[in-house]
Design a protein around this ligand. Structure first.
Ligand code: ADP
Ligand code: MG
Ligand code: MG
Length: 247
């Protein structure tokens, strides 16, 4: 399970996370909701190990291991998938090679045998079929000229290939249309099971119509101010965040 205790973090000397406590047990999907500027993306970046964030206190453990001490590739090897809010475009880098490199980095870190180009294609085609996506995607350069929906599909394909035991997704502010919401949700729901957990970070309740969470947490001003079941998301949608800290 993922356990966050008293996590505080700063950006450029400004404290953003002010003591986050959160546990996501194995097999559960938790959502974090909150108004703009509450620190949702900061939390996801801190969990993904992005540079520029100073962790000033608290701890994050993943199955008992100190997550914050792990390199990004170690996080992937340990079964974590951290999705990017803004996918990078890599001109000149073939998507198949890019995805295979990511998969093999995970395998190497796990001491597993790397997959060659042929084996990768076979695996990728299987996943593409499951996700009802076209093979075309593998032949193109990474995200270059991809529509928003195609970038999302590519991210979901990468997630399916890595077969994570936990996915952390920040969908805030990304202006997902209904198609993209479906793509992301189907990708997450396909992985759902007793050995998979997820932390879905979102500004909007509507994503949670597709990925129905076990628990919902409200982040405001760098703290979790309220937690509840899936009905909390609907309540927030109806009433806004103004009331969220009152109960
Ligand atoms: P959310 O994802 O909930 O909208 P963010 O984590 O993006 O919130 O931002 C939380 C706070 O941190 C905001 O007040 C924002 O202005 C500030 N912040 C985010 N990134 C930076 C940065 N690179 N430098 C300075 N302040 C930042
Ligand atoms: Mg924001
Ligand atoms: Mg954000």
């Amino acid at each position: 399970m993922l356990r966050i205790e008293g996590l505080t973090a700063e950006i450029e000397g400004k404290q953003i996370l002010k003591g986050i406590d959160l546990e996501v047990p194995k097999g559960e999907i938790h959502a974090i909701m909150g108004p703009n500027g509450s620190g949702k993306s900061t939390l996801s970046y801190v969990l993904s190990g992005r540079e520029g964030y100073d962790i000033t206190g608290g701890s994050v453990t993943w199955n008992g291991q100190d997550l914050l001490a792990m390199e990004p590739e170690e996080r992937a090897a340990a079964g974590l998938f951290l999705a990017f809010q803004y996918p990078v475009e890599l001109p000149g880098v073939g998507n198949a090679n890019f995805l295979r490199t990511a998969l093999n980095a995970q395998r190497r870190a796990r001491g597993e045998k790397e997959v060659d180009a042929m084996a990768f294609l076979k695996l990728a085609r299987e996943k593409l079929k499951q996700l009802q996506m076209s093979d075309e995607m593998l032949k193109r350069n990474v995200n270059v000229g991809f529509s928003g929906g195609e970038k999302k599909r590519n991210e979901v394909l990468q997630m399916a290939l890595m077969n994570p035991s936990m996915a952390i997704l920040d969908e805030t502010d990304s202006g997902l249309d209904i198609d993209a919401l479906r793509i992301v949700s189907e990708g997450v729901n396909a992985l759902r099971g007793p050995d998979f957990s997820a932390l879905v970070i979102t500004h909007y309740q509507r994503l949670l119509n597709y990925i129905v969470p076990d628990r919902v947490h409200v982040l405001m001003g760098g703290r979790i101010v309220r937690s509840g079941g899936k009905e909390l998301a609907e309540e927030l949608e109806a009433q806004g965040y103004g009331q969220a800290s009152a109960a």
